[in-house]
Design a protein around this ligand. Sequence first.
Ligand code: SIB
Ligand code: ZN
Length: 418
Amino acid sequence: MLLIKNVYVNGKRQDILIEGNKIKEIGEVKKEEEMEVIDGSDKIAIPGLINTHTHIPMTLFRGVADDLPLMEWLNNYIWPMEAKLNEEIVYYGTLLGCIEMIKTGTTTFNDMYFYLEGIAKAVNESGIRAVLAYGMIDLFDEERREREIKNAKKYIKYIKDLNNSRIIPALGPHSAYTCSKELLEEVSKLAKEQNLLIHIHMNETLDEIKIVKEKTGMEPFKYLDSFGFFDNNNVVAAHCVHLTEEEIEIIKRNNISISHNPISNLKLASGIAPIEKLLKKGVNITLGTDGCGSNNNLNLFEEIKTVAILHKGVNLNPRLVKAEEAFKFATENGAKALNIKAGRIEKGYLADIVLIKLNKPFLYPKENIYSHLVYAFNGTVDDVIIDGKIVMRDNKILTLDEEKVYEKFEKAYYKLIG
Ligand SMILES: N[C@@H](CCSC[C@H]1O[C@@H](n2cnc3c(=O)[nH]cnc32)[C@H](O)[C@@H]1O)C(=O)O
Ligand SMILES: [Zn+2]
């Protein structure tokens, strides 16, 4: 068992006892012989952050094609380079991504990419928790559709056969503008049959909406809703930047979770999602970084701060998205979207816990710590526990050899651009 002694958690100094992968007790815990102890007296404990939209191997694309709009970025740079990926290169890209997320307090990520064996191998070794979807794009071609659906089913089986509760399969139809209606219908059916999360890009840019509207006569959410895509499914819709009132109703009615990616949306000049309207409707808002090609890091604390100030500015309302709301987007709401019992430090919850030393200049005055975590903290955490296991101690990753990963990553990168 693991005992975190005298740590500042849920607003007071107390102990956290972890048994297996769950939180067993919070409060006054007597130290027993067989317990491993972490002294928490100079630290705060927070729930591990949950990143609900990533393409984790895109660490390899960081800084490769900046300052471009989405369609040009995807078509002229990213998609041609992705054609040169393989399992090994993706494995090293993912290892780096896992290090970066653990170092900045993220304990779960929701991913859509390909070469999932490489991704799953790296996730397993790093100790992080992940929901992994094979990203499907058929470009309305029947042969490609068959292949994408076959691949998706292959990876769902592959992940289930790993029998690792930290690695969860999901379905990842890329978007309404790159997937045929037949593929989307097949995905919706499969998701219901196997009770799988659907992870999809929605309404990210005005171009995308124009393409879908010209093809179907409807906006993306209305089009998908017209054939029951969302019915009785668990859906995480990434971006949701440009929405009609009618589409917001569809999101609410279908209990769709939004993965709001404010920094990616700004960097690609996609726009700013209508968070004020979505909040008013009680929509479950979560946070994502997107890939490192359009952010360019995986530090979810930057998304927390951005979401807490961006919407104040654009709506001229300083009361919009308070600090505790922004923090909830990245913890409890993310857990709800991914249907995992995490996002809070409470008895019976998964032991995904992050410890932060308080002796950092931007964490003073200490009594305002919960404000600092949103408006002042830079994201460098100290200890990380995932699934009840210590994966980082005093900022040192215990599950991977960092220097070796950096060296192998660079070699993989040069193979990719060579
Ligand atoms: N089976 C597909 C893989 C799709 S994975 C997910 C895709 O989303 C792409 N992607 C990354 N960021 C974004 C974004 O912000 N919007 C739309 N697509 C993105 C990413 O480059 C990747 O091609 C194929 O063969 O291409
Ligand atoms: Zn994306």
